[in-house]
Design a protein around this ligand. Structure first.
Ligand SMILES: [Zn+2]
Length: 324
């Protein structure tokens, strides 16, 4: 036990010194693995860091201000040799009901951090820039099958929730299923404004626009009769998403998405641990709390299925003309 701790500490320091100045471990403080994995991902989201670096308000130093403490934690991860540069951030989240020693869901915490950032940033232009960076615009369309009247409701999300079938999946089929039409009948019938009564209907979600940073949420936790279980089925995902994976018009001709962070859930629905694969430059790294090491793309692909599986995928929008 003692020896492995020393080995791990040695390894973290070695990675810090010789590989990338942006990759470092974070101690697990009162079950903070979920927040640690998210911080590792935010730390390689250079677009977010650029926005936070432009922001210098008086409220950023307040202990209970989430965007302020997020900015401080991300900055300290780069410059401080303290093994717990995120301590104030954890305290701040605890104050906002993301309690220490609770088991968290990474997608929920991702949303909570971004929602609190929207609420607590006094500079609303800056908050709007962060919103735009992650915001996926969708539209719910409910069509009455009797009179064909379509009701459209706009909505926005910070992550794209994709259902998984209990068989082999690939990301393309999951994205395709997201916008598939569903028939609503019997108890699920919808009220039609034109017919002025409940009618058999179809329900469809349509992607309206995609953000600079696309967070894909693989819905691996399923509630069946009050029990939550984890789906360990295979979901393959590519390191680049080309424009043909989405409906026409969502990406420009030269645009594509490049994968740069994967939040991983290890374990079952009841008991689990979060880690992250991150790509700050060309190379992938694996961050498991204090322990950080360089890995390969095939290691990342090892999270397609099983007990150690990809849960959130962060893709960054790129443009061929700019990058090649
Ligand atoms: Zn109708």
């Amino acid at each position: 036990m003692g020896l492995s701790w020393i080995k791990m500490a040695f390894y973290s320091v070695r990675v810090l010194s010789f590989h990338s100045p942006y990759v470092r471990g974070l101690t697990n403080d009162s079950l903070s693995c979920c927040i640690n994995a998210l911080l590792q991902s935010f730390n390689v989201t250079t677009e977010l860091i650029e926005i936070l670096n432009k922001w210098h308000p008086s409220d950023q130093a307040e202990l209970n201000n989430v965007p302020g403490q997020l900015k401080k934690a991300l900055n300290d991860m780069k410059i401080s040799s303290n093994p717990s540069p995120h301590m104030h951030f954890l305290n701040c989240l605890h104050h906002h009901s993301i309690r220490r020693f609770d088991v968290h869901d990474a997608d929920e915490i991702f949303h909570t951090i971004l929602n609190l950032t929207q609420k607590q940033m006094a500079d609303k232009d800056m908050a709007q820039e962060i919103r735009k960076l992650f915001e996926i615009k969708v539209e719910t369309q409910v069509m009455c099958k009797t009179c064909t009247y379509i009701q459209k409701v706009p909505n926005s999300l910070f992550s794209l929730p994709l259902a998984i079938r209990e068989e082999e999946n690939d990301l393309k089929s999951c994205i395709h299923s997201f916008s598939q039409k569903q028939t609503l009948k019997d108890d699920d019938e919808c009220y039609c404004d034109r017919c002025s009564e409940k009618q058999p209907s179809t329900h469809q979600l349509r992607l309206v626009s995609l953000p600079g940073v696309l967070c894909v949420h693989l819905k691996r936790f399923r509630n069946d009769c009050r029990f939550t279980r984890k789906l360990e089925n295979k979901v393959t995902f590519p390191d680049t998403l080309q424009k043909d994976i989405f409906d026409a018009g969502l990406l420009e001709n030269a645009e594509y998405y490049s994968l740069y962070a994967v939040i991983v859930h290890i374990g079952t629905a009841l008991f689990g641990h979060y880690t992250a694969y991150i790509r700050p430059d060309q190379d992938w790294y694996y961050a498991d709390d204090s322990y950080v090491r360089k890995v390969s793309w095939s290691d990342v692909q090892g999270t397609y299925k099983g007990c150690k599986t990809a849960y959130l995928l962060l893709y960054r929008k790129m443009s061929r003309s700019a990058s090649e």
